[in-house]
Design a protein. Structure first.
Length: 317
């Protein structure tokens, strides 16, 4: 029973952050170039699975190399706005932004249909709660831990729903529901995203994150395993970058700057990163052959819809 509850929440969590997983700590798809994984392709796979979940991540892997190249060529043709045969930084930047917006819209539409049970084009808290937790309400839990998990998830969802529901009428409009599913996209949800992150990481509940809590959230060694390089790098980042006031802890404001960095254009970063990885002759332009040579890197990135390459023929730019 709990399993079903967890599964249904994970469906949400794949796109919002209702259930925390370490991969998703940094929002807005993160800085790819700032990724803890050294190997670019592995990094993309990692990001990509974090974003979509393993199920969808398979899509690309299941294509034959010929099929994936064919799809990629089509997508590239559409990124190349002026059809000069090359993809430049501004074309790539524009495309990535467009795909991210599109992804959020589609995700909201999908859940909208699911949760708007009475089809009045609004989602009340009760509707959401019934759809997500209906089965468990009024249920007698034998297992104390199960009950606690259920309560914690419900409380968290309700807090987020209330925060997203700006006019506090208990009913989410599409805009409010978007803020509920994708709080990282909304300034007024920032505080909440930070609170949720704190709730997950701050194990001893002292209101700040120490180095052990920080590392423990992303890495737990299996018996006697040595810390890999990326964890050592994260240790350095904690002290050198994240802990701005150098007091040995991350307070809420430092957590905010970490998980929701301001002044960072992720689409720009990803465009630069992809060009860096792919532009073999260093002329700043991506040719079709350069892209094909790096098909594995490209196909797992945002430009192909997080690897699904599911961009339909009729999609408009
Ligand atoms: C990149 O492509 C766009 C549109 O396709 C074009 O307007 C722009 O001038 C190009 N930029 C550079 C630096 O070539
Ligand atoms: C939610 O479920 C309760 C209990 O089954 C029911 O009384 C209520 O009408 C439902 N509300 C909505 C909006 O579906």
């Amino acid at each position: 029973m709990l399993l079903r509850l967890l599964v249904s929440s994970f469906v949400l969590a794949g796109t919002s952050f209702a259930v925390p997983t370490k991969e998703k700590r940094v929002h807005r798809h993160g800085d790819l170039s700032d990724h803890p994984h050294k190997d670019a392709a592995a990094g993309f796979q990692y990001d990509h699975e974090a974003f979509l979940g393993k199920e969808d991540a398979k899509t690309f892997d299941q294509l034959t190399p010929e099929e994936s190249k064919e799809r990629l060529a089509k997508i590239i043709g559409r990124i190349d706005i002026d059809k000069d045969g090359f993809v430049n930084h501004s074309e790539l930047h524009y495309w990535i932004k467009h795909r991210q917006r599109r992804y959020i819209e589609e995700n909201v539409n999908k859940h909208w249909r699911e949760y708007d049970a009475n089809q009045d084009d609004k989602i009340s808290w009760e509707e959401y709660k019934n759809t997500t937790y209906g089965y468990y309400q009024g249920e007698e839990f034998d297992d104390v831990a199960e009950k606690a998990t259920y309560k914690a998830m419900l409380t968290r969802d309700q807090r987020r729903f209330t925060e997203a529901d700006r006019d506090h009428d208990g009913i989410a409009t599409r805009e409010e529901f978007t803020a509920f599913l994708h709080p990282e996209e909304f300034d007024h949800m920032r505080g909440l995203v930070v609170k949720e992150t704190m709730d997950d990481i701050d194990q001893n509940g002292d209101g700040k994150v120490d180095i052990n809590e920080y590392i423990g959230d992303m890495f737990s060694p299996e018996n006697g395993e040595k810390e890999p390089q990326w964890v050592l790098t994260e240790r350095q980042h904690f002290h050198q970058i994240r802990d701005e006031n150098k007091n040995g802890y991350l307070e809420a404001s430092e957590v905010a700057q970490w998980v929701l960095p301001t002044e960072v254009d992720h689409a720009d970063n990803e465009a630069k990163h992809l060009i860096h990885e792919t532009d073999t002759n260093k002329d700043g332009l991506l040719s079709l052959s350069e892209i094909m040579d790096q098909a594995a890197v490209i196909s797992l990135s945002t430009i192909t819809d997080y690897g699904g390459m599911t961009i339909a023929e009729h999609d408009e730019l």
